[in-house]
Design a protein around this ligand. Structure first.
Ligand SMILES: Nc1ncnc2c1ncn2[C@@H]1O[C@H](COP(=O)(O)OP(=O)(O)OP(=O)(O)O)[C@@H](O)[C@H]1O
Length: 305
């Protein structure tokens, strides 16, 4: 484990931060705690910093907290006070200008919008790709053309009649129209064909190298990422296990690729889980009715049979 566990207050440096000058970090999380309602904390004293120019892979098993972390960084949840989750030295939640200006961009798993009590609903409707893309105000026409060409978008596509991958390309194009300073990507390349994915990753690399933008990218697909990413952050059950430069990951030096390294990490997690004793008693325990599964047979359930 690097960057965590050996100091009183663990801190993940995923961007070559110098330990001071946190105001220069693109992303800075200090002592973050977060729990979903009615559940034990997913994050407890979580720390992370990402510096400008970094392309940081966010890795971990299903349910380890990647999406939750990205949504918190995107300012979708209020977590702690103004100083706990900082993006570009501003509070991710409180500073709405971050998103409105396009400095902070988030591209999530599904293209949806939040509608009052209905929660997240998928975007529907008969709109053309042109209507969607040109509807984004203030975009630089040169950048827009570049993205349309890069993502091979046909402006005549009707959004309710295109494939998942085509819809995703329009979503990505719209999300990147403004030159972001911090981009949060939650597995948005799954639907892209190989050529589009590689061109998209090249475009992102340029954005970091030329403008000093920072990217945090959660994914389970590692093809081509060994040479693309600069840093790696690995979380397990909401706990930061690794935050290091890719070139400093020892396991990568002796392994064929990132895929097999991450596979080994995930398998060792599973093994540890299996070793946990299930019960301290030698006798099988009876489940109390109050903690029973709703599918456990009971007299009340008889009414539904
Ligand atoms: N809206 C929610 N309400 C309650 N619990 C949630 C909610 N969303 C996620 N969780 C729980 O929080 C934990 C972390 O979920 P999260 O979606 O952040 O994981 P993840 O690492 O992104 O997983 P995956 O790789 O499958 O996308 C999981 O145990 C999940 O069940």
């Amino acid at each position: 484990m690097v960057g965590v566990g050996d100091v009183a207050k663990p801190r993940g440096e995923a961007g070559g931060g110098d330990g001071d000058g946190g105001e220069r970090d693109s992303v800075r999380v200090c002592g973050m705690q977060f729990a979903y309602e009615g559940q034990p904390p997913l994050f407890l004293d979580f720390n992370l910093s990402v510096s400008p120019g970094s392309r940081c892979l966010l890795l971990g098993a299903n349910g380890s907290g990647k999406t939750t972390l990205l949504k918190i960084l995107a300012g979708k949840n209020m977590v702690g006070g103004q100083n706990v989750v900082r993006v570009l030295n501003r509070s991710a939640f409180h500073n709405t200008q971050l998103v409105c200006s396009g400095d902070l961009a988030y591209l999530g798993g599904s293209w949806s919008k939040t509608v009052g009590s209905a929660g997240e609903i998928p975007l529907q409707g008969d709109f053309s790709a042109e209507h969607m893309i040109f509807g984004v105000e203030g975009a630089d026409p040169v950048r827009r053309e570049k993205l349309i060409e890069l993502l091979d978008i046909d402006l005549q596509w009707r959004m309710h009649k295109v494939s998942d991958g085509q819809r995703r390309r329009v979503q990505i194009c719209m999300g990147l129209l403004h030159p972001f300073q911090v981009l949060l990507l939650d597995e948005v390349t799954v639907d892209l064909d190989v050529v589009t994915r590689m061109d998209f990753l090249d475009f992102l690399r340029e954005e970091c190298d030329q403008r000093g933008a920072a990217i945090v990218y959660a994914t389970h697909i590692f093809d081509g990422l060994e040479t693309w990413a600069t840093h790696l952050v690995y979380i397990q059950d909401g706990e930061l296990r690794r935050a290091e430069r890719l070139t400093e990951v020892d396991d990568l030096k002796s392994s064929a690729n990132l895929h097999s390294v991450v596979e080994a990490w995930l398998r060792s997690e599973t093994k540890r889980e299996k070793k946990k004793p299930v019960t301290t008693s030698s006798q099988p325990q009876r489940t109390s009715l109050s903690g029973a599964s709703p599918f456990t047979s009971s007299r009340h359930m008889a009414y539904y049979r």
